[in-house]
Write a protein that binds this ligand. Structure first.
Ligand code: ASP
Length: 356
């Protein structure tokens, strides 16, 4: 009876997987079944003309895909007007930085002290140009500042130097916040008040390592969180594009993860980690930066593309490498198409030329 059931179960699994893959428009190149289909997985063919794909951060609800779609369409419109890939990718990410829903720019996470907003952003092109800002403050569009860093002899500006550079370059001196970001902070701090640790970071005693200029908030200290706080879900934004000439670019922007010390830098501005672009495509990540850095995830996924995997297959393989307890989302575009994968739900958008 058990054997019979296992046989039927396996057959059902194969059929479900085959139907799911057909729905995804993918074929199994190496004849293997995927280990575990990611919670979000999409992709398709787009062999000619411009393409833009955006993400709203791993954990963002699928309903937010309309916001990501709008950003992808802005980036696509820029490409259609012959903007270079880099400029179009900056447009896509700026549209989401200006949307208070997302953890970037205007909606960037307020850190644990209830005051600090420190953001990371990066840009990269298929000819290897890379620039980034880390823990920048008081600018509404960190991705535009990362773009401006490309015009300097440097590749990464951090902290107060990055902020002063931005203001000197003409970016407004504005603390980017909004009621949505304040409400998110209040929810998060309420969850943390019941815990010495951060749930997802079981060994991280945030009170013990407190390094903010002000004192830590008062609160109860029980050993476990009252609920399982969704502390890794943080709605970072990213854009990957291919222009009509076959050039690629990627941009990323984030207010960082929810439970961080003062001065924490994530994967976004670290070369090869949060984003990567080269002659074979462009990749953007979202998720737990500490683990993304360990795996140099964007470059790893790019190498799958360079070795011949399709865009959808490359992002799925990236998800397979990641410990399932940590969040990861990936978008990519290559010469033939695009791919999206995440080990949680994730809002995304895609705009491409009609294929004949
Ligand atoms: N990867 C970002 C960071 O660690 C956060 C995110 O993508 O949600 O800063």
């Amino acid at each position: 009876m058990t054997g019979h059931w296992n046989g039927l179960g396996s057959l059902a699994l194969v059929l479900i997987t085959a139907i799911w893959l057909a729905g995804c428009g993918q074929s199994l190149e190496d004849g293997e079944l995927p280990r575990t289909p990611p919670a979000t997985w999409a992709g398709g063919s787009a062999p000619g003309g411009p393409v833009a794909v955006t993400h709203g951060g791993v954990g963002s609800p699928p309903e937010w895909s309309t916001d990501c779609q709008l950003a992808a369409e802005w980036a696509f419109a820029a490409l259609a007007q012959a903007s270079p890939a880099l400029e179009a990718a900056v447009v896509g990410t700026m549209v989401m930085e200006n949307n208070p829903r997302f953890n970037a720019g205007t909606g960037a996470n307020i850190r644990l002290d209830g005051q600090t907003i420190q953001m990371d952003a990066a840009v990269m092109t298929s000819d290897g140009e890379f620039a980034a800002v880390a823990i920048i403050e008081r600018v509404p569009n960190p991705v535009a500042v990362a773009r401006a860093v490309l015009t300097t002899p440097h590749r990464l500006l951090a902290g107060e130097g990055a902020t002063r550079f931005a203001h000197r370059a003409g970016f407004a001196d504005v603390v980017p916040t909004c009621p949505e970001a304040v409400a998110k902070y209040q929810r998060r701090i309420q969850l943390l008040m019941d815990s010495n640790t951060g749930g997802a970071y079981d060994s991280f005693e945030w009170r013990r390592f407190w390094n903010y200029p002000s004192e830590p908030p008062e609160g109860n200290s029980t050993s476990q969180p009252a609920t399982d706080p969704p502390l890794e879900i943080s709605d970072t934004v990213g854009t990957v594009v291919r222009d009509a000439g076959g050039n690629f670019a990627v941009t990323l922007s984030t207010g960082g993860t929810a439970l961080t010390l003062y001065g924490r830098v994530g994967d976004v501005p670290i070369y090869g980690c949060g984003c990567f672009a080269g002659p074979d495509g462009a990749v953007a990540c979202t998720g737990l930066g500490e683990e993304i850095i360990r795996q140099a995830m964007a470059r790893t996924v790019y190498q799958f593309l360079a070795a011949g995997a399709s865009a959808a297959e490359a992002v799925r393989r990236g998800c397979d490498l990641f410990p399932p307890e940590h969040t990861l989302g990936l978008i990519c575009v290559d010469r033939e198409g695009w791919g999206v994968a995440a080990n949680r739900e994730m809002a995304y958008g895609m705009a491409a030329s009609e294929t004949p």
